[in-house]
Design a protein around this ligand. Structure first.
Ligand SMILES: [Zn+2]
Length: 272
């Protein structure tokens, strides 16, 4: 299965599951949704050209922590620091802005990303929210997916979220893209180059409408040499197929980067 299709499929699953779970009165946390999505995507891509290696941190204190998403090829790649936010039945992403210091968390996401040489990203988990949901918004990849369920998982740049200064779906939907558009393959480009180009599209000036923005947002445009902890993850995943299920504890146990405040790392490695 292509990466774009795997991401689209998970978005559809989240879309349905969030609706069902709210009917049951059980709200799934951002952590649960993120881990389930990454697990399902990783399961689809264990071998072949694209290999997905997730490593969640088994430790405490990862509640609300960001993820790192890496897209790599031949020891180089691009990384994103990602914060997940879910839609509430109120039609708002209620945990986006904290009372008192509404932009505190956003600024922290941006500065933590920058200091590690990563681009910051928001990932939103959504369900059908009539009448102001995602109807009329189109798929922006070349694949022919029919809405609206692929809006289950979306991405947006923090800069745009700050610009909108709102946490309602009615405002934020204009600056979101389905998350499959992040990984939708561009012919002749490697995976890291594809992802960077797709993020550059998000960062382009937008004309008209409520999400209008005159200037580009600065994002990464060239692949970098991977930090040690990403390289080691790829190496270990390749060499210890059998014991992969113990990777979590093993990897973080002697990993110098484990002191960093993240929930986990996922590496999508292009081996073509
Ligand atoms: Zn696509």
């Amino acid at each position: 299965m292509q990466l774009c299709a795997s991401f689209r499929k998970e978005a559809g699953r989240v879309w349905k599951q969030m609706k069902e779970s709210s009917r049951l009165g059980l709200a799934l946390s951002e952590e649960t949704i993120t881990e389930t999505c990454l697990y399902n995507i990783a399961r689809q891509h264990q071998s072949g050209n694209i290999t997905v290696i997730p490593a969640t941190k088994p430790q405490e204190a990862k509640h609300g922590a960001d993820w790192e998403w890496w897209f790599t090829r031949n020891g180089k790649g691009v990384g994103y620091r990602v914060q997940a936010k879910r839609l509430f039945p109120s039609g708002r992403y209620e945990s986006l802005f904290k009372k008192g210091r509404p932009l505190g968390q956003l600024k922290k996401l941006v500065s933590a990303a920058k200091s590690d040489g990563l681009d910051p990203l928001y990932c939103f988990f959504n369900f059908d929210f009539p009448p102001n949901g995602f109807y009329g918004f189109h798929n922006n990849c070349r694949h022919d997916y029919r809405g609206p369920s692929f809006w289950g998982c979306t991405i947006a740049l923090p800069h745009d979220v700050e610009l909108m200064a709102a946490d309602g779906i009615d405002k934020l939907r204009t600056i979101m893209s389905p998350w499959h558009s992040l990984v939708c393959h561009r012919p002749k480009l490697s995976l890291p180059d594809t992802v960077m180009k797709n993020v550059q599209d998000l960062a382009r000036p937008r004309i008209g409408g409520s999400g209008a923005r005159k200037t580009s947002i600065e994002v990464t445009t060239s692949a970098r040499v991977l930090p040690g902890y990403v390289g080691r993850l790829i190496e270990r995943a390749a060499s210890v197929e059998e014991t992969r299920r113990f990777l979590d504890f093993d990897y973080w146990g002697d990993e110098p980067s484990s002191g960093r405040n993240i929930a986990g790392v996922v590496v999508v490695d292009d081996r073509s």
